[in-house]
Design a protein around this ligand. Structure first.
Ligand code: SF4
Length: 441
């Protein structure tokens, strides 16, 4: 395995040496589905993570390569016909765009989270919960490889009108000076760890100044540990990254790497073990999160194994998310009841050190809603839910109830239980101020 990063996309994936072992049908699916959903992978995923003797069922192949079921039959058929009759690029592109717009490219009303600085709309910031600001640095809006389930897929598909990004550190700093209620800043993407150490440093270093003493935690959301651990080991600026992490810790901030691992295989290589060790040696913490995905990790045993491995390596299990209502959702989604069953079975198999994990949780427009379970109350079968995070902090941790629906896969498919017309927070949510994402009229 070479630790020189090499990317593969729709244009060059046929040069992957192992691809000759893949069936013609799978290749055809990549060609068709890869036109609509973004596709990119790299030599580490190819050489160290995918089991090429079993690609039909391999979870890492499915996480990286477009598969037939990821498009609805009618959409698959439409693109297939266009390719077969050698349609022009313009004709295919127009159809692709039309299909993408049907895939809910902007889930959870993310544009509601974009704040203003005076008259300026800050397209690279989301501020949904008072204490946490998300920042999308322009140079970090791509990834080491694209996950086929990603809810940020429009960012990688040239749908620029739906892209959240900015590079003006000044505006971020001005915003944070005014918002002293913010304690946490999350650098997100894409993947901020695709940026050079120098670029990352230009964003982070100013936050270490005394005027930002209200910022206690700097978080970085990243898939790099799973898909390019050499970022922390042998890239030409790996040492600079590690030094930056050390400096953040020395400045008295908490640095939390929000690592994204979907399957225990991603935690099994020597490189990932060393990369985790190197990050932890700086004092930074690594918290691990992942969605629950059909075809990938829909077994309690896999989650229990993953959480145990995380703890063994010194990481903190953090979230099990429910697959977002966007992109290829129909391929990955599971009914809420099944999600809860998988969570509780996995949770019951692990020790208390793994039980830092929370879930299953939906990142809905109103907040992070956890499925606490299914119960029968006064003869009615219901989902018991709670907000882990809410646009209004007063909503957090209050149990509430929805009618049981065995097919529901997302919160917007649920109705309030016990004949109520609305959920307790809906009235207030409708009064959200447009320019202040977490304040109400
Ligand atoms: S690494 Fe994260 S942002 Fe990038 S494709 Fe995967 S889920 Fe999406």
């Amino acid at each position: 395995m070479s630790n020189h990063l090499k990317f593969y996309t729709l244009h060059n994936y046929r040069t992957i040496p192992q691809i000759s072992s893949v069936s013609d049908d799978l290749i055809r699916d990549v060609e068709i589905v890869g036109r609509v959903l973004p596709f990119k992978t790299n030599n580490y995923v190819i050489d160290e993570l995918i089991d090429w003797s079993n690609v039909e069922n391999d979870p890492i192949f499915t996480l990286n390569f477009p598969r037939k079921g990821m498009l609805e039959k009618k959409h698959y058929g439409t693109i297939e016909k266009l390719i077969d009759r050698d349609a022009s690029k313009e004709e295919i592109d127009a159809k692709v765009q039309e299909i993408r717009l049907t895939l809910n490219p902007n889930p959870a009303g993310q544009e509601h989270n974009v704040p203003y600085l005076g008259e300026i709309k800050l397209k690279g910031i989301q501020h949904k919960y008072p204490e946490t600001v998300l920042f999308f640095p322009s140079q970090g809006q791509t990834c080491h490889a694209y996950c086929t389930f990603c809810f940020r897929w429009p960012q990688f598909s040239g749908m620029n009108e739906l892209k959240f990004a900015m590079k003006e550190t000044d505006l971020l700093l001005k915003y944070l000076r005014l918002h002293t209620e913010v304690t946490d800043i999350l650098f997100t993407g894409g993947d901020p760890m695709v940026m050079s150490a120098a670029t990352l440093e230009a964003y982070i270093r100013p936050l270490l100044a005394p005027e930002f003493s209200h910022i206690h935690s700097i978080r970085i959301g990243t898939k790099s540990l799973a898909y390019w651990p050499y970022r922390y080991l042998t890239d030409k600026d790996s040492d600079d990254i590690i030094r930056l992490f050390e400096d953040v810790m020395k400045a008295g901030k908490n640095l939390s790497i929000q690592a994204h691992f979907n399957h225990p295989v991603e935690l099994s290589t020597k490189a990932v073990e060393q990369a985790i060790g190197r990050i932890r040696s700086t004092g930074a913490q690594i918290r691990v999160q992942s969605p629950l995905l059909r075809h990938i990790n829909d077994k309690p045993e896999l989650w229990a194994e993953k959480w145990r491995k995380e703890v063994d390596l010194g990481c903190i299990p953090y979230y099990m998310f429910i697959a977002r209502d966007t992109g290829a959702k129909h391929y990955f989604e599971l009914p809420l009841d099944k999600c809860w069953q998988i969570f509780r079975r996995a949770y019951s198999k692990v020790s208390g050190l793994c039980r830092t994990v929370r879930g299953p949780s939906m990142s809905d427009d109103a907040g992070k809603i956890q499925v606490l379970g299914v119960q029968e109350i006064r003869g009615e079968k219901v989902y018991v839910l709670r907000f882990i995070q809410g646009r209004n902090p007063k909503w957090v941790d209050v149990p509430f109830f929805a009618e049981y629906d065995p097919k529901a896969t997302w919160f917007n498919q649920l109705k309030p239980a016990f004949g109520e017309e609305k959920f307790f927070f809906e009235e207030q949510k409708s009064k959200l101020k447009v320019t202040k994402p977490f304040l109400f009229e």
